[in-house]
Structures are given as structure tokens and as C-alpha cells.
Design a protein around this ligand. Structure first.
Ligand code: PHE
Length: 444
């Protein structure tokens, strides 16, 4: 039996967990919705949801992992032996497998764009990014090749293990991500008319907050914090038993919030200042933003900075997605490197149809969605909420209250906060998830 792997430091654990949380959600999904859904009002809502829903769930996953010191599936088995609760672990592992299969497609696009920058294919003031984007996502060889490259980097890091792989990479990538963001924000905010973008992002307009945006924010609060799929169970199982989990959880939530706001601040002032219209999703990051940078002095360098930080954000999320699957198969028995390759290649193969669904397989539809969109819908709107619901129920109804209290706080002066957390997890979180779930699946 190998010695159990552990994070070498608390900061390593925090950065790796924040790295898992900060990804496409914060940089791609959120900024646009914020601008369209009442700016400051939406940010306020999102802060509230992160604290009332995301944070309690994150703590719940941390308790399961740190108290058992086991990866996602074994952890549930240890707490509830002989029951079916460990299916939550299987659900999480399967969800992460599928999620990584299409997450890596976007990772591949980022790599393609980085290569375009480095080889001088873009820049010079006359690149047609709409065309370039279409060319790169529809070209089967390019998109699958780039996706493979993204998976290879992920596999190599996860294969190296917790301390020398994931922790080391996160300790470099996360601070770098912050610094690159600051550079971009300064550039963006010092452009002419930058304030227009700032007000698009922040101006609180409560009238734009409708049930749709509220429900969207709720649904995204799991995705954005990587909760509901037991990734955080696995990550916290590498934490020494005596370490506090409240402060790390709080740090992860705040870092995630900051980066979401940073992303908006880097993107919108530049977009408005150079006379572009913000659009949603891939269009914003792969067509509008590069076109904006192209109009700036030294634009290619700023585009490259943005792409690198975007790549770091997606990679650190991908590490956690592959890690939970690898850990659940290896169960601490070693052979991590080989398993990372086997599982990583499987993920890649399963993800190929998603990559092709923008080009030669775009005709294929599942429930009127492309393969990529269908996989995203399944994960974000069905598997993650179900997982989050089961985790909140498991921890608050199946685990003993006295044990939870012991796990969360040793000092009695925090007793009151414990009760608040317990109440949220037991009543509010499940209720909210059920309402959102019924809504997005069209049942109500
Ligand atoms: N939180 C990641 C993002 O925002 C996605 C993710 C979800 C990663 C669940 C791991 C587990 O991109």
C-alpha cells in the first residue's frame, strides 16, 4: 500500500480548489449574463446565492472528504456502509467524466487560438475572427487534435499526483491567472469610454432581474463552484485531519466571486470602448474579444495574455475533473500515472463527438440539441442539481449532527453559525434545488 497522498500546504489545497471552481463558468458564462440581467443587481444576487447555497454545499463536500480521508465513492461507503448512498459518488464520477469530455473541446479551441497568435496567423488589424472561429471549430482534424493536446496536458499533470502534479501546477497557474487579469483590467479600464462597459456590468437595474435570470444564477451557482459532483470530496480527502475547512471554503467562494467580476471588468470596458456589441457564449470570447484586441496597440499581446489566463483557468478545472475519476478507480492503490492515461484517453474518445458536433456532425441532434449542447444540458441542468440535492440530504439527514458539529467547528463560540449552516443545508438548499430543477426541465 502506498502512503496516502496529501496536499503539502493549506494554500496549495485552497489554490487547487479555487482552480477547480474558476473556469468556463466564471470567465465565459457569467459576465455576459451579468451584463444582460441587471448588472449590479445580478452581482448582488450571485453573491447571495454563493453564500447561501454554494458555500454550505462546499462545506458539506469538504466534511465528507476530510473526515473520511477517502475519494468520492469510498467516502460515502465509509459513512453509510451497506447502503446505496455511495451511488452519489458514482453519479459524481460519471458526471465529471462527461463534463470533461466536452470541457476539453473548449480547451482545444483556446489552444488553437494561442497557436494562431504565436504563428502570426492573427493580428495586423484585418483578421476576420468570425471566419477564423468557424474554420477552427468546424475543421475535424484541428479541433480533435487540439482537444487531444488539452487532454494530454491534463493527463500529465494528474498523472504526477497531488503534490507534484495538481498542487504544483495550481500554485503557479492561479497566481499567474490573477496577475494576467490585473494587466488586462488595467488595459481595459484605461481605454476611452471604458465607463460605458463598467456601467453595463455594474449599474444595478433590479427591473431586469426576472425569474429566468434568478433561476439561471441558481443553476450556475453549482457549476461555478464545482459542487454537486463530489470533486470537492476527493480534493478535501487529501487534507490532513486536523485542518480547518471553513476558512478554505470561504476563500474559494470569494476568489471565485472576484474572478467572475474581474472577467467582466476585463471584457466589457474594452468591448464598449471599441464600439462592439457584447454577445453571449463562444461568440463573446472567440469572436468579439479578439476583434476588440485587434484594434488596440499591441493587441496580439493582450489577446495572448487573455488566452493564456483562459487556458490556465480551464486546465485547473480539468485537473479536478480527471482527478476524481482517477482517484475513484485507483482508491489509493497506486498506478496513478497509468490510470490517468487510460482514463484520460477514454474521456478524449468520448469527447470526440462533441468536438465534431460543431462541424461534420452538426446535423446530428439529440432532443433537438447538438451533441455538445446535449451533453452540457445533461450535466449542468440534470446531473449536477441532482448530485447537489443528494449531497445536501446525505449530509444533513444521514450524518449525525454531533459529528458534523465536531467536524466543522471545535470552538463553541461558532455554535450559532453552525446552526445557520445546518438549517440552510437541511431546508433551504434542497428546496431551492427542487424548484430550479423543476423549472429548467420544464416540469413547472
Ligand atoms: N467550476 C468549473 C467552471 O466554472 C466547472 C466544474 C464543475 C469543474 C464541476 C469541476 C467540477 O468552469
Amino acid at each position: 500500500m502506498e502512503q496516502k497522498e496529501q496536499w503539502s500546504s493549506k494554500i496549495g489545497f485552497i489554490l487547487a480548489s479555487a482552480g477547480s471552481a474558476i473556469g468556463l463558468g466564471a470567465i465565459w458564462k457569467l459576465p455576459y449574463v451579468t451584463g444582460m440581467s441587471g448588472g449590479g443587481a445580478f452581482i448582488l444576487l450571485f453573491v447571495l446565492l454563493s453564500l447561501l447555497i454554494g458555500f454550505p454545499l462546499l462545506l458539506a463536500e469538504f466534511i465528507i472528504g476530510r473526515s473520511t480521508q477517502k475519494e468520492a465513492i469510498s467516502a460515502y461507503k465509509q459513512i453509510a456502509p451497506g447502503s446505496k448512498w455511495h451511488w452519489i459518488g458514482y453519479l459524481g464520477v460519471i458526471t465529471c467524466f462527461i463534463l470533461l469530455s466536452f470541457y476539453s473541446v473548449i480547451g482545444g479551441w483556446i489552444i488553437q487560438y494561442i497557436v494562431f497568435c504565436l504563428t502570426g496567423k492573427v493580428g495586423g488589424g484585418n483578421t476576420d475572427y468570425e471566419m477564423l472561429f468557424m474554420e477552427s471549430v468546424t475543421n475535424p482534424l484541428l479541433s480533435v487534435g487540439a482537444q487531444a493536446l488539452f487532454m494530454i496536458i491534463t493527463i500529465m499533470v494528474v498523472g504526477k499526483g497531488i503534490q507534484t502534479g495538481i498542487e504544483k501546477a495550481s500554485k503557479f497557474m492561479m497566481p499567474a491567472l490573477f496577475i494576467l487579469f490585473i494587466v488586462l483590467i488595467i488595459r481595459s479600464l484605461t481605454l476611452e469610454n471604458a465607463m460605458e462597459g463598467v456601467s453595463f456590468l455594474f449599474n444595478p437595474d433590479f427591473s431586469k432581474l426576472n425569474s429566468e435570470s434568478i433561476l439561471f444564477a441558481l443553476g450556475q451557482s453549482f457549476f461555478l463552484l464545482s459542487v454537486g459532483v463530489s470533486v470537492m470530496v476527493t480534493y478535501s480527502s487529501y487534507l490532513p485531519k486536523g485542518d480547518s475547512i471553513v476558512q478554505p471554503a470561504f476563500s474559494v467562494v470569494t476568489m471565485n466571486l472576484f474572478i467572475s467580476i474581474f472577467a467582466g471588468l476585463a471584457i466589457f470596458p474594452a468591448v464598449f470602448s471599441l464600439g462592439f456589441e457584447p454577445t453571449a457564449g463562444p461568440g463573446l470570447l472567440f469572436i468579439v474579444l479578439p476583434s476588440v484586441f485587434e484594434k488596440m496597440v499591441l493587441g496580439t499581446i493582450f489577446l495572448l495574455i487573455f488566452l493564456v489566463l483562459f487556458l490556465f483557468a480551464t486546465l485547473t478545472s480539468a485537473f479536478s475533473l480527471l482527478e476524481i475519476v482517477v482517484a475513484s478507480v485507483s482508491k489509493g492503490r497506486g498506478g496513478r500515472n497509468r490510470l490517468s492515461w487510460i482514463i484520460g484517453i477514454l474521456v478524449f474518445v468520448v469527447g470526440i463527438p462533441s468536438a465534431l458536433s460543431f462541424g461534420i456532425w452538426s446535423e446530428i441532434s439529440i432532443f433537438e440539441k447538438s451533441i455538445f449542447d446535449a451533453a452540457d444540458y445533461l450535466v449542468s441542468n440534470i446531473l449536477m442539481p441532482v448530485g447537489a440535492l443528494l449531497i445536501s440530504i446525505f449530509v444533513s439527514y444521514r450524518m449525525q449532527k454531533s459529528i458534523l458539529k465536531n467536524e466543522l467547528i471545535q470552538k463553541t463560540k461558532y455554535s450559532f453559525l453552525f446552526e445557520v449552516w445546518y438549517f440552510l443545508l437541511r431546508y433551504i438548499v434542497p428546496l431551492v434545488i427542487i424548484v430550479v430543477f423543476l423549472d429548467v426541465t420544464g416540469i413547472i
